[in-house]
Design a protein around this ligand. Structure first.
Ligand code: ZN
Length: 62
């Protein structure tokens, strides 16, 4: 653990949380839809960022 700072651990944990949420959204069928307004997220955007949870109008609430 000493070779990795707490900052790295925090980033990894945040990423794991994002993956968990993406998998949960896949399970319930809301993956590909904005969590805020339900707008479908384009395939190109999901390819660029598979963990994308929101449409471009609501980026700060991901
Ligand atoms: Zn939205």
């Amino acid at each position: 653990m000493s070779e990795f700072g707490n900052e790295s651990v925090t980033v990894i944990e945040a990423t794991l949380n994002d993956v968990d949420r993406a998998l949960e959204r896949l399970r319930v069928g809301t993956y590909r839809s904005c969590q805020v307004c339900g707008t479908p997220i384009s395939e190109a955007e999901l390819i660029a960022n598979p963990l994308l949870a929101n449409c471009p109008a609501h980026p700060e609430l991901a």
